[in-house]
Design a protein around this ligand. Structure first.
Ligand code: FES
Length: 107
């Protein structure tokens, strides 16, 4: 199982073993990562699963789709270069070991 670490704005960390092939959004909500809301259920239309990834992590993953990039225009917290939607990133061998920074707000 891919191991994913979520880092809260206060520096708190939670590392989970995400089911292979699951999205980071679903894995996070199933493990009570409170900062990930996922209000649209992963339909890529709410932006409440916004996360930040560092450059090295971004380089390992497939790029954001055009739809994801459009929805990222509506995040509650400021968009950064490393912004992604957790519902569009899969837990797999590419994301194993990922450090995922959580924004201060999703709404
Ligand atoms: S869960 Fe709604 S955009 Fe990701």
């Amino acid at each position: 199982m891919p191991r994913i670490t979520f880092v809260s704005p206060d520096g708190g960390r939670k590392t989970i073993d995400a089911p292979d092939g699951e999205t980071l959004m679903r894995a996070a909500t199933q493990h009570a990562v409170d900062e990930i809301l996922g209000e649209c259920g992963g339909a890529c239309c709410c932006a409440t699963c916004h996360v930040y990834l560092d450059d090295a992590s971004l380089a390992r993953l497939p790029p954001a789709s055009e739809m994801e990039r459009q929805v990222l225009e509506f995040t509650a917290a400021p968009r950064r270069k490393g912004s992604r939607l957790a519902c569009q990133v899969l837990a797999d061998r590419l994301s194993d070991g990922l450090i995922v920074e959580l924004p201060a707000t999703q709404i």
